[in-house]
Design a binder for this molecule. Sequence first.
Ligand SMILES: Cc1cc2nc3c(=O)[nH]c(=O)nc-3n(C[C@H](O)[C@H](O)[C@H](O)COP(=O)(O)O)c2cc1C
Length: 203
Amino acid sequence: MLKILAVHGSPRIGGNSDILLSAFIEGASSKGASVEKISLYQLKFSPCIECGGCDETGECVLNDDLTPIYEKILSSDVIVCATPIFFYSHPAMLQAFFERFQALWCRKYRLNEPHPFGKTPKGLLLGVGATKGKKLFEGLVRSFKYVMDACWGVYVGGLFFRGVDEKGAILKFPEHLEKVRELGVAVSTLPEEEWPVERSASP
Ligand SMILES: Cc1cc2nc3c(=O)[nH]c(=O)nc-3n(C[C@H](O)[C@H](O)[C@H](O)COP(=O)(O)O)c2cc1C
């Protein structure tokens, strides 16, 4: 069974990215995928403290709400992150989450370990922002690509929505929600090459 880790990166619970993520989960679950959702702002965890503790072990020394998440990251076939754009980047707790992939980066690149279960996790983004900036999602995509590489995975692409600001404003665009729901269905039923996503580095 396809295992999906759905990561919500906004402090606004029930906001636009949360609604998008729910549409994705609904689509994916309807075709039998097993989806686990985590809302980063409901967890207590620290960013990387650059202590070097994982250099030789590949294990993060921090003991907090992210500690049990490493196992979920490694057992997932797909990692989907839904997030708003904050200052042309992503919210601080999503950045903190990304930084904690350093332990996995060490396992892959310092210790030359393979993925423990031989997987190549696929990374997807659901991004939303208020403005229409051409390069609005560029920073997010760049970071997430590197994060996926650190966990032996690959960034596939995403769906990105501009001009969406107030809480729940995404509901005024049922076509966007349908697109995201269809992506969830496709992820559960089709090979990655056929997933209906924007694959550009600067979507
Ligand atoms: C701290 C902060 C920074 C933001 N920075 C940007 C930005 O740089 N560009 C943009 O288009 N929207 C920006 N926004 C707007 C949000 O991306 C937008 O309201 C989004 O729909 C929020 O999604 P959410 O409900 O999932 O949190 C910012 C909002 C906040 C609170």
